[in-house]
Design a protein around this ligand. Structure first.
Ligand code: PRP
Length: 179
């Protein structure tokens, strides 16, 4: 698995520092509140787990399964909800937890949905931001690391469902998806 990686972009220790920093910011900004953290599966899984341990607040965790890639290396822009939330978000302060914001099709669609459902506030925390990939204008409020326009995997991010269990984020060798 590691041999398929051309370059490590965000190391394990960098990721842990990011989780600490973002967790501290969220704890301060949401002090006195009980926000609902909504992770977008499957990519959010390791980030949600590590980040939430650094949030010093009574938070609730919930998950939705959303997909826009449908395999391959570029977003289809067609956002599908494969599993919806099992709780109401009306009147809640919602923090969406993402592994990456790329075209922003996924996050913009979900934010519109949550506002329509009556959330009090909706903000986004993302481990990775790829601003050069944008097809819709959007700036996440909490960003761990800004990456260049490369296809990255690891720490939740996949290529055809593999590499999610890498402990770091790396650039996949092009021969893997060109072969
Ligand atoms: C990935 C990622 C984000 C989304 C970002 O999910 O987890 O949710 O794409 O891309 P965008 O900004 O271009 O919309 P994916 O659809 O691959 O599903 P997964 O989390 O199950 O891998």
């Amino acid at each position: 698995m590691h041999n398929d990686i051309a370059e490590i972009l965000v190391s394990e220790s960098q990721i842990q520092e990011i989780c600490q920093t973002l967790g501290a910011r969220l704890s301060k900004d949401y002090a006195g509140k009980q926000p609902l953290f909504v992770g977008l599966l499957k990519g959010c899984m390791p980030f949600m787990s590590d980040l939430s341990k650094h949030v010093d607040l009574k938070i609730e965790l919930a998950y939705m399964s959303v997909s826009s890639y449908h395999g391959g290396i570029s977003s289809s822009g067609d956002v599908k909800i494969k599993m919806d939330l099992d709780i109401s978000i009306k009147g809640r302060d919602v923090v969406i937890v993402e592994d990456i914001v790329d075209t922003a099709s996924t996050i913009v669609t979900i934010i519109e949905l949550f506002k329509h459902r009556g959330a009090s506030s909706v903000k986004t925390v993302t481990l990775l931001d790829k601003p050069e990939g944008r097809k819709r204008p959007y700036q996440p409020e909490y960003v761990g690391y800004v990456i260049p326009k490369a296809f990255v995997v690891g720490y939740g991010l996949d290529y055809n469902e593999y590499y999610r269990n890498l402990p770091y984020v790396g650039i996949l060798k092009p021969e893997i998806y060109n072969s």
